[in-house]
Design a protein around this ligand. Structure first.
Ligand code: NAG
Ligand code: NAG
Ligand code: NAG
Length: 562
C-alpha cells in the first residue's frame, strides 16, 4: 500500500494541509486513525469527498503522520514535536501522541519545563504535565533564572511560589526569585509584591546555611534584617511589613513557642518524590577513616562522595533539614566533641559547633526538630549524659542524664520518644539488656522493658511502629539475632536472625525495609549489607558490597541530589 501511495496508484482521497496535498487510500487512513474512520464511514459530506482540507493540521505534521500510517515509523525531533503532538491528537493517533510526550519528557530542562507544562495542559497530556510540573518543583532554583519564569503571568507565579513541594535549599531562594521576577517588569509588577511575599515562608527563613553557621549563628535573622528589610520594594509595602514583623516575632520566640506558633509561613516546604540514597560515613577499616560512600537505591550502585574533613569512626549520625550531621566519635587518637555537617547538594563537608562532651560510640537521633547525642564513651568512662542541638540557635545543651552509663548505645525515635537501647556501662563490666526512653516534654528518661538478651553495639532502627535491635555483642559473643519492641504491647520479640553475626553495624530504614550495613563479626570488618523484610520475616544480602569493610560507620538515608 505504501508503494501504491508513493506511485499515486488507486488513491481515492487527497488530504490538504496548508500548501501540502497528499494522495492516499481511505482504507489505510481509516484503519490507522479513528478520526478518519469516523469521517469516511459516517454520512457526512466528507465521506464521499475526494479532497479533504485539514485546516487545523500543520503541513509537516500531515506528511509525517500519513507516512507513519503507511510505515509505522516516524522520527520525533525537537523541530517537529510541537506540530506532531497536536496533529496526532487531532487524528487520534494515540501511540504517536504518547511517543511525543515521552520525547518531551526526555527533553525537560530548566529553560523549557514551564513551557512544556503549559503545552501539555493545552493538549491534555496528563502524564507529561505531571512530570514537567515535578521537574519545575525539583529544579526551582535553576528555573527561576530562566526567561520562561521571568515571563510568567501573576496567577501562575503565585501558584508556583506557593507550591509546598518546591525544592529549595532555603527560603531565601524563593525570596530572590520573587524579587527578580518583580524587577523584570518593575512598573507593572511592583504593585503585586505583597501578594507574592505572602507565600514566602519568611518565618522559616531559613534552612541554615552551614557555611555561615560559625560566623553568623542566626543567619536567617540577619538575612531578614539586611536583605529583606532594606529592599526598597518591601519598604514601600505596608502589607509586606506585616509579614516581616511576623517573621521577626517568630525569630524572637523560644524553640518550644515556635512549635506552637503556626502560620502558612512557618511550615517548611516538603519536596516530594525525590529518590533516596544511603550514606555510609567513616568507620574503622581497620583504623578511623575519612571516606564516605553512598548507595544509590535506583542504580543499585555504590559511589564515593567527598571525604569528611577529619578521620571519624564510632560517630553518631543524624539528618535534619536536608543536612547530615556526623557527631563526635573517635579520630584514631582521641574521642572528639567535633561535628561535621554534609550538604548533599553541594557534596561539601563543613565543621559545626562542637558538643559539650567528648563522645564516641554514642547514639544520635532527631526528635521534634532537635538533634540528640546520647551516652557514648569519652576516653576514660562511659557516659550517662546526653545533650541536644538546636539548629536555629546553633547551640548544644545538656538534657537530663540516663539512669545508666551507656557506651556503644543504639538509639531510635518512635512515638515521640527517643529510645536508648543496651550498650555497656563500664561499672558492672556487663553489656546491657536494659532500655530507657527520653520524653522531651518532661525532660526525663522513662523505663522500658529489657530486651531478651544483652546487646552492646547493637544497630537500632525503627520501622512501621516497631523498634528493632539488631546484632550487637555480649562480651566476646557477637550476635546475629534480632529483636523488636512493640510500644503498644510493651514487649520485645525475636524476629529472623541475620545471615552474619554483626556488632557496631549501621541500621537504617528505607522503603519499609531495614538495612544493616557493615559492622564486624568479631574477626573482621564487614563490607556486606543485608536487609530485612518484615512481611516475609527474612534477611537478604545485598548483591553489591561496599568498597571497604567498615565497622562503626555512621549510616543514614538522604534525598538523592538532583
Ligand atoms: C511606592 O509605591 C507607590 C504606589 O504604589 C509608587 O507610586 C512609588 O513609585 C513607590 N516607590 C518606590 C520607591 O518604589
Ligand atoms: C576491624 O576493625 C577493628 C576495630 O573494630 C580493628 O581493630 C581491626 O583491625 C579491623 N579488622 C580488619 C580485618 O580490618
Ligand atoms: C584527633 O583530634 C585531636 C584533637 O582535635 C588532634 O590533635 C589529633 O591530631 C587528631 N588525630 C588525628 C589522627 O586526626
Amino acid at each position: 500500500m505504501n508503494e501504491a501511495e508513493g506511485q499515486n496508484l488507486l488513491c481515492d482521497v487527497t488530504l490538504v494541509a496548508g500548501n501540502v496535498s497528499l494522495a492516499a487510500h481511505k482504507v489505510v487512513l481509516a484503519a490507522c486513525s479513528s478520526y478518519f474512520k469516523a469521517m469516511f464511514t459516517c454520512r457526512l459530506s466528507e465521506s464521499t469527498a475526494d479532497k479533504i482540507d485539514l485546516r487545523l493540521l500543520d503541513s509537516t505534521a500531515l506528511e509525517i503522520l500519513v507516512d507513519f500510517m503507511y510505515t509505522s515509523e516516524l522520527y520525533i525531533t525537537e523541530e517537529n514535536v510541537q506540530a506532531l503532538l497536536p496533529g496526532a491528537n487531532i487524528l487520534q493517533l494515540f501511540e504517536v501522541k504518547d511517543a511525543c510526550c515521552d520525547f518531551l519528557q526526555s527533553q525537560l530542562h530548566p529553560s523549557n519545563c514551564i513551557g512544556i507544562r503549559s503545552f501539555a495542559d493545552l493538549h491534555a497530556c496528563a502524564d507529561l504535565a505531571y512530570y514537567a510540573h515535578l521537574y519545575t518543583q525539583q529544579h526551582f532554583v535553576e528555573v527561576a533564572i530562566q526567561d520562561e519564569f521571568l515571563n510568567l503571568p501573576l496567577p501562575q507565579m503565585i501558584k508556583l511560589i506557593s507550591d509546598d513541594r518546591l525544592l529549595v535549599q532555603s527560603e531565601e531562594q524563593v525570596y530572590e526569585a520573587v524579587i527578580s521576577w518583580t524587577m523584570y517588569d518593575f512598573s507593572n509588577r511592583q504593585k503585586h509584591i505583597d501578594q507574592l511575599i505572602e507565600y514566602i515562608r519568611l518565618s522559616l527563613n531559613l534552612k541554615i546555611n552551614v557555611f555561615s553557621l560559625t560566623r553568623l549563628p542566626l543567619l536567617s535573622q540577619d538575612f531578614l534584617v539586611q536583605r529583606v528589610e532594606d529592599e526598597p520594594l518591601i519598604k514601600n509595602c505596608s502589607r509586606c511589613k506585616d509579614f516581616l514583623i511576623e517573621a521577626m516575632k517568630y525569630h524572637l520566640l523560644k524553640p518550644e513557642q515556635k512549635l506552637l506558633y503556626i502560620t502558612p509561613r512557618t511550615k517548611p516546604r516538603s519536596p516530594a518524590g525525590l529518590p533516596k540514597m544511603m550514606l555510609v560515613i567513616g568507620g574503622q577499616a581497620p583504623k578511623a577513616i575519612k571516606s564516605v560512600e553512598c548507595y544509590d537505591f535506583k542504580e543499585n550502585k555504590w559511589h564515593q562522595v567527598s571525604d569528611m574533613p577529619s578521620r571519624r569512626c564510632r560517630c553518631g549520625v543524624a539528618v535534619l533539614g536536608g543536612l547530615v550531621y556526623a557527631i563526635g566519635g573517635f579520630n584514631g587518637s582521641l574521642r572528639v566533641r567535633t561535628v561535621d555537617v554534609y550538604e548533599p547538594i553541594k557534596d561539601v563537608w563543613t565543621p559545626l559547633i562542637s558538643m559539650e562532651a567528648r563522645r564516641s560510640t554514642l547514639g544520635a537521633a532527631v526528635l521534634n526538630g532537635l538533634i540528640y547525642a546520647v551516652g557514648g564513651f569519652d576516653g576514660s568512662s562511659g557516659l550517662s549524659s546526653a545533650e541536644c542541638f538546636d539548629p536555629r540557635t546553633n547551640e548544644w545543651r545538656y538534657i537530663a542524664s540516663m539512669s545508666l552509663r551507656r557506651s556503644s548505645v543504639g538509639v531510635g525515635v518512635l512515638g515521640g520518644l527517643l529510645f536508648a537501647v543496651g550498650g555497656y556501662d563500664g561499672a558492672s563490666r556487663h553489656c546491657l539488656s536494659s532500655v530507657e526512653a527520653y520524653s522531651a516534654t518532661g525532660d526525663k528518661w522513662l523505663p522500658v522493658p529489657d530486651m531478651t538478651c544483652r546487646r552492646s553495639g547493637a544497630g537500632v532502627g525503627t520501622m512501621d511502629g516497631l523498634l528493632y535491635a539488631v546484632g550487637g555483642h555480649d562480651g566476646p559473643f557477637v550476635r546475629k539475632s534480632v529483636e523488636c519492641y512493640n510500644p503498644e504491647t510493651k514487649c520485645w520479640s525475636l524476629v529472623a536472625s541475620m545471615h552474619m553475626c554483626r556488632r557496631n553495624a549501621g541500621v537504617v530504614t528505607y522503603n519499609n525495609m531495614l538495612y544493616v550495613v557493615g559492622g564486624d563479626d568479631g574477626m573482621s570488618n564487614l563490607s556486606s549489607v543485608e536487609c530485612y523484610c518484615p512481611k516475609s520475616d527474612a534477611w537478604t544480602l545485598l548483591p553489591h558490597t561496599m568498597h571497604l569493610g567498615r565497622s562503626y560507620a555512621g549510616v543514614c538515608i538522604i534525598d538523592r541530589p538532583m
